[in-house]
Design a protein around this ligand. Structure first.
Ligand code: ZN
Length: 401
């Protein structure tokens, strides 16, 4: 991790775009923006390009191959929102020194009921027995257990299967209340999975910190938007997943992009090209309209994809976050606001200080793209370079021939 310099580059600093300037990195940290040019630094020419903070995907289910693929697309941090701790927690700890993988934070197991979501999707996966809860008295053990494992935050799944083509037992509101209280008492964020209007209200009643999806079963109401805004809750809509659930073909278009396809294995190309199609196409518009209303109301909206494992159709690690930003623009975000949703906003809401921004002292998670994504968001896929903590990823992984 020597000293190096990006010369003549426009910088999107996590809120605004600058005129061409120089950015110096030393020891994995940004040491200056617009400062002098140290004579002993290696120089990378950034003329005509834009430097951005590494992207943060605020909703994934991570594993080592997924983190490797994510980094090739400029996603330098993934926030895992439920995984098996026997593999996830060692990975979460070893990834700090694996510079060909995106960094990761994890919830470990999510709280659900026996046979509740997502057990119906994981029958072939040889999971260990999940700790579950059907009564508030069981919740403290769940929360303490996850924190003891090393979980970074607590995830709860309020899901009756209604929008997923299933009928499932789900957490009762008193268990959700207890989980939020227990997580907060231990100083952890508590994040709630909710795909219906009713589940969203349960999460709000309990005081959850964030929603990890958005409901698709009906249009929003002004009252609900006001409640979310008043609560201070943030929302990770996962429009990519909602598009898949409602049978859109976004993933197929993305998979066939010439900047995407060479980086996907045949299995991931197929996975990204397919969609779930559990719900009706018009319900996707409910979600877009809800995101628009949340944005207008000043709610923090975070870009997240729900990229998971093969079988989670319509998503692929790394690639899908670029499409998530496009979908946020479809909901009324400016390109700069969509970039914030994938950089500075998730960094702030998850306490990832020194990420999601380009300024002296910040971690040198950086991506260099051809063009200006504050004009045309898809330029984020035109990657010229990816650095994780100042270490450049092999260019052949970013642009395979
Ligand atoms: Zn998920």
């Amino acid at each position: 991790m020597g000293k190096w310099l990006l010369a003549n580059v426009r910088v999107f600093d996590g809120s605004l775009l600058t005129d061409p300037t120089d950015v110096t990195v030393e020891g994995g940290v940004i040491s200056s923006v617009g400062g002098g040019r140290p004579g002993d630094a290696d120089v990378v020419d950034g003329a005509g390009a834009t430097l951005l903070p590494g992207l943060i995907d605020a909703h994934t289910h991570a594993d080592e191959p997924g983190l490797r693929q994510a980094l090739t697309f400029g996603v330098t941090t993934e926030l895992d929102l439920a995984s098996m701790p026997d593999t996830m927690i060692p990975l979460r700890n070893s990834v700090a020194t694996s510079f060909d993988l995106a960094d990761v934070r994890s919830a470990s197991f999510g709280l659900t009921t026996p046979d509740g979501h997502p057990h119906q999707l994981r029958q072939e996966m040889n999971d260990p027995v999940w700790p579950t809860a059907t009564h508030p008295d069981q919740v403290q053990d769940f929360v303490d257990g996850r924190i003891a494992e090393g979980a970074d935050y607590i995830k709860i799944l309020i899901e009756d299967g209604h929008t997923l083509g299933a009928s499932l037992p789900t957490l009762t509101p008193d268990v959700v209340d207890a989980a939020v209280r227990a997580g907060h008492e231990r100083g952890k964020l508590v994040l709630a999975h909710a795909l219906t209007f009713a589940a969203t209200q349960i999460a709000l009643d309990a005081g959850a910190d964030g929603l990890t999806h958005l409901f698709v079963d009906q249009p929003h109401t002004d009252e609900l938007i006001a409640r979310i805004a008043d609560s201070g809750m943030f929302v990770i809509p996962t429009l990519s997943t909602l598009a898949s659930i409602t049978g859109q073909r976004n993933g197929a278009d993305l998979a066939n992009d010439v900047r995407v396809r060479p980086k996907l294995s045949p299995e991931w190309f197929d996975n990204l090209s397919r969609s779930w199609g559990f719900q009706q196409p018009h319900e996707f518009q409910y979600a877009l309209d809800t995101v628009t209303a949340l944005h207008v109301a000043g709610v923090d909206v975070l870009a997240g994809t729900d990229a998971a494992h093969l079988g989670g159709y319509g998503m692929a690690h790394g690639a899908s976050l670029h499409d998530e930003m496009r979908l946020l623009i479809l909901a009324g975000f400016s390109p700069a606001e969509a970039l914030n949703a994938a950089t500075s906003v998730p960094a702030a809401r998850f306490g990832l200080h020194e990420r999601g921004t380009i300024r002296p002292g910040a971690r040198a998670d950086l991506i260099l793209v051809d063009g200006d994504p504050t004009e045309t968001i898809s330029h984020t896929l035109s990657l010229l370079g990816v650095w994780r903590e100042g270490v450049r990823l092999d260019p052949a992984a970013v642009n395979p021939t």
